[in-house]
Design a protein around this ligand. Structure first.
Ligand SMILES: NC(=O)c1ccc[n+]([C@@H]2O[C@H](COP(=O)([O-])OP(=O)(O)OC[C@H]3O[C@@H](n4cnc5c(N)ncnc54)[C@H](O)[C@@H]3O)[C@@H](O)[C@H]2O)c1
Length: 307
């Protein structure tokens, strides 16, 4: 088998279960040393445990190199120390996969401020903290050398962040924030050879099972290799391994959905219609005629105007 990541060191957050576990195993299969981070919490962020050790044991039993880390990615000191662990134990960090996540779904009228803050904390703040620490170290290394370094940041968004979802104003806000910060980081880090991309994965995991009746959660390594299952949470992992590799140096600022058997390169917000009145400022009383045309499609039929 051709290995894409020999000699690389990676941190994968939330890699004790589900999608992150699939990434950690795939990156290790390609020769990367993996720091397997996981707080070991429930799908809603309660509690803590040593779930990361299970994945470390699997990687080691397959001949790979891995270490466990039990940090809460939303805790600044612990998040920075997680990046530091890569340098202390292995002398470098090449790849950061921000994947840790929780859900606390409720319609907005029932959602508490705590539900909002905790979800933002793990996804948005956690992704930012780890990316900030890694970026600062990579930039310092680039400045000390020839101006370039190897670095890959792979973040995790979701359909909720790209299109919204009922009951997920907290999660959608966090996942959209991750897209925005990925686009900004891709611009900021391009000069030093570091890429930043987002994947949109899928699969039946502890967090998606919370909204699916009778869904059975099966971890990636507990599945038979030959049975294709469109809900296997590790189906996005080959995309992560490739984005992490030297082959993908030209890919940055992208959102790639990898669900089931499909890989989709997403296109972001772009104008679908532009109106101009030939004057500098619009008059509100004239806007009704502009929006009388059905520019809203079927997505929010209640918003259709005119007609
Ligand atoms: N499952 C899906 O269909 C789906 C779809 C789109 C995006 N995602 C995203 O994929 C990622 C992984 O989710 P999953 O579906 O595998 O769920 P999961 O619950 O199986 O895995 C999430 C892991 O993150 C860990 N975690 C939670 N809070 C943490 C923290 N503060 N610090 C460190 N680790 C923490 C949990 O312990 C857990 O092991 C999430 O970012 C999620 O939003 C999932």
């Amino acid at each position: 088998m051709t290995r894409l990541l020999d000699g690389k060191v990676t941190v994968v957050t939330g890699a004790g279960h589900g999608i992150g576990r699939g990434h950690a195993l795939e990156l290790a299969k390609h020769g990367a040393t993996v720091i397997v981070n996981d707080l070991g919490s429930s799908a809603s962020g309660d509690g803590a445990g040593r779930d990361a050790e299970v994945v470390v044991d699997i990687i080691r039993s397959r001949g790979g190199r891995a270490s466990a880390n039990f940090a809460d990615v939303g805790d600044e000191e612990a998040a920075r120390a997680l990046v530091g662990q890569a340098y202390e134990e292995y002398g470098q960090l090449d790849i950061l996969v921000n994947n840790a996540g929780i859900v606390r779904d409720k319609a907005i009228w029932n959602m508490s401020t705590l539900d909002f803050d905790l979800v933002m904390r793990v996804h948005a703040r956690g992704t930012w903290l780890l990316s900030q620490e890694a970026s600062a170290r990579w930039r310092a290394a680039a400045k000390a050398g020839d101006g370039r370094t190897y670095g890959r940041i792979i973040n995790t968004t979701s359909g909720a962040g790209l299109s919204g979802n009922f009951g997920q104003t907290n999660y959608a806000a966090a996942k959209a924030a991750i897209v925005g910060m990925t686009l900004s980081m891709s611009l900021e880090l391009a000069g030093i050879g570091v890429t930043a991309n987002c994947i949109g994965p899928g699969g039946i995991t502890r967090i998606s099972a919370t909204s699916m009746a009778e869904a059975e959660v099966v971890e990636p390594d507990e599945r038979g290799e030959d049975d294709f299952d469109p809900f296997d949470p590790s189906l996005a992992s080959p995309v992560v391994a490739w984005l992490a590799s030297p082959e993908a140096g030209h890919v940055s600022g992208q959102v790639i959905k990898a669900i089931g058997e499909n890989i989709q390169l997403m296109s972001g917000w772009a104008p679908v219609r532009t109106a101009s009145n030939g004057e500098k400022r619009w008059d509100a009383t004239k806007l009704g005629s502009v929006f009388a045309v059905d520019v809203f499609g079927t997505r929010a039929p209640g918003l259709r105007m005119g007609g």
